[in-house]
Design a protein around this ligand. Structure first.
Ligand SMILES: O=c1ccn([C@@H]2O[C@H](COP(=O)(O)O)[C@@H](O)[C@H]2O)c(=O)[nH]1
Length: 224
């Protein structure tokens, strides 16, 4: 069975990224490349990472006016990412245009409320709703706009899936029991996230900072 775990390769160093992917490739289901990696290595770096034969999740969290996002999505076409992220807060038109601009084999998923935010952080940026209510609102918007799914925490995914049965649910910010939270504020264990309805899990530092990343990936796999 293919692992639901996508390892977050958060480094600007291509050689380090390749080393980590090589270590864990047999115990993860895909490679997630984010802003840090893409800003440093661009298309060339992504091409290099495709050589591991795993699906590529391009987590660029695009957020701009509709025309700009659509053009950016078109400029990523040739990389054929399996998954691409945009921010749901960009609004309906931006979401629709992003989906229309994506290749047929790319799932476009909308980030709802970052897992590093809690209700206090939402209040600071002028959002009166709590995290679950805001996730629900943005999940509805993403579904209406024709996206493939959303990114949310493991705390909200069951609620979101209940309203969108065939949605694709990406859950980052997962932590093995007792693991260091770092900057994550709405974290659950990998097992809980899957039980709650996650389609895939994103795991970064619990694997990448481990003394033995492959062992860490296998230990997570064993809990699923
Ligand atoms: O809400 C979100 C959206 C994306 N992420 C990304 O997932 C990984 C998590 O890394 P950890 O080291 O496991 O915390 C990282 O690349 C984030 O950019 C997220 O955490 N939360």
């Amino acid at each position: 069975m293919t692992s639901p775990v996508y390892v977050a390769i958060d480094t600007p160093d291509l050689a380090k990224a390749q080393h980590l992917a090589g270590q864990v490739r047999h115990h993860v289901g895909g490679l997630k490349l984010g802003l840090e990696f893409f800003c440093a290595n661009g298309h060339h770096g992504v091409h290099e990472m495709t050589k591991f034969g795993l699906p590529i999740f391009l987590d660029l969290k695009l957020h701009d006016i509709p025309n700009t996002v659509a053009k950016a999505v078109q400029a990523l076409h040739m990389l054929e990412p399996a998954i691409l992220t945009v921010h749901a807060a960009g609004g309906r038109a931006m979401l629709e245009d992003a989906k229309a601009a994506a290749g047929v084999n790319t799932k476009v998923v909308a980030v709802t409320v970052l897992t590093s935010l809690d209700d206090g952080d939402l209040s600071d940026i002028g959002v009166a709703a709590n995290a679950p209510d805001q996730v629900r609102r943005l999940a509805d918007l993403a579904q209406d706009a024709g996206l493939d799914g959303i990114v949310c925490s493991g705390e909200e995914v069951a609620m979101a899936k209940k309203a969108w049965a065939d949605g694709f649910f990406v859950v980052p910010g997962v932590r093995p029991a007792g693991g260091a939270m770092g900057d994550q504020k709405r974290a659950v264990t990998p097992r809980q996230a899957l039980d709650n309805g996650a389609s895939i899990l994103v795991v970064g530092r619990p694997i990448s900072l481990a003394d033995d990343p492959d062992l860490a990936a296998r230990a997570i796999e064993a809990t699923l």
